[in-house]
Design a binder for this molecule. Structure first.
Ligand SMILES: [Ca+2]
Length: 326
């Protein structure tokens, strides 16, 4: 089995973004040398989570699925031959806030999920443990799906009902752990895509393109760090997600997008949010993500770039989509 390689570089911008929203910045400032202070100060500009949010209907249906046919394709940066034996279907968009909040309400009501302090938790049957150095044992127990009362989450919870914060209904679900992504897909009889399934769906089977739409990336192909989309202001609130399917060739209040679907018609396979994938590798508790995000540089949106984190990790820059059998 191919051992996973980490991609620390691409996590840096996400971490920076998260640091912006944390009280940690004060401590960092004190510790910083004078020369560093200016840089850190810039990155610690206050984030206004309530800054006005433009709302757009992209016309892309988040309930749509695309069929990926069985057969060969070209994998990775080195263009290795690869193949997938069976047809599968994958969501055309990332799971939206509306979809996930519907799940939270239904699954809380039927006992699949429960409140545990500041978390919504659900059962996970555990990973096989190999006691490899640095491997953390994932036993069969309840794990965090989503945090509660986290200002970066785009839903509210009054103790009984989850509600999407206005304007975020058609944005990707974020601030969700791997368990929360895995649990959503499983609840409906779906699963998280393997890395191979994800990659074929993003790239198509005809060539070795680095981006779902082709060989070059422009600012209006995808939502990435400092891409100057209508959902970011690097001088004040920073970067935010865009609605799913936003980069479909529409013009929104004068902002022109390029149609950036993958060869199979999937949107946001590069940028907006990292997407959790489903592989559990032997001797490793880390989970892998693909696609880059609103917080990563354009080159980290290339199809083969991987990122990883522990399955309890959540961030405003990480979401997911599911696959299913036809
Ligand atoms: Ca952006």
């Amino acid at each position: 089995m191919k051992r996973a390689q980490t991609n620390k570089v691409s996590l840096r911008a996400s971490v920076l973004q998260r640091a912006k929203q944390s009280a940690f910045c004060g401590g960092l400032l004190l510790a910083a040398a004078l020369a560093m202070t200016l840089i850190v100060l810039t990155s610690c500009a206050p984030v206004d989570l309530n800054a006005p949010l433009p709302t757009y209907d992209t016309g892309v249906d988040p309930n749509a699925w695309a069929t990926i046919p069985a057969g060969s394709f070209i994998q990775g940066q080195a263009a290795d031959p690869a193949s997938i034996d069976n047809d599968y279907e994958i969501m055309v968009t990332d799971v939206t806030m509306s979809q996930y909040v519907d799940f939270l309400n239904t699954a809380l009501a039927d006992g699949t999920l429960k409140v545990d302090g500041e978390q919504i938790v659900g059962f996970y049957p555990g990973d096989e443990f190999h006691a490899v150095k640095h491997e953390i044992e994932i036993t069969a127990t309840d794990y965090i799906f989503v945090p509660l009362n986290d200002p970066a989450s785009r839903f509210t919870f009054d103790g009984g009902t989850f509600v999407v914060k206005p304007g975020y209904e058609n944005h990707p679900m974020t601030n969700i752990s791997w368990f929360g992504a895995w649990g959503y897909c499983g609840y409906y009889g779906y699963s998280l895509p393997t890395e191979l399934e994800w990659e074929k769906a993003a790239r198509g089977s005809a060539d070795d393109r680095p981006f779902p739409w082709g060989y070059e990336i422009a600012r209006n192909n995808a939502n990435f760090y400092s891409s100057r989309d209508p959902f970011e202001d690097m001088g004040s609130f920073g970067s935010r997600t865009s609605p799913v399917g936003f980069y479909n060739g529409q013009t929104y209040d004068g902002y022109v997008t390029l149609d950036s679907a993958s060869p199979y018609g999937l949107y946001d396979m590069s940028g907006n949010v990292w997407q959790w994938t489903g592989d559990v590798y032997e001797g490793m508790h880390y989970r892998f993500m693909r696609g880059g995000s609103k917080d990563t540089y354009d080159m980290d949106l290339r199809i083969w770039v991987r990122n990883n984190a522990t399955p309890t990790y959540y961030s405003p820059g990480v979401g997911f989509r599911c696959v299913r059998n036809p």
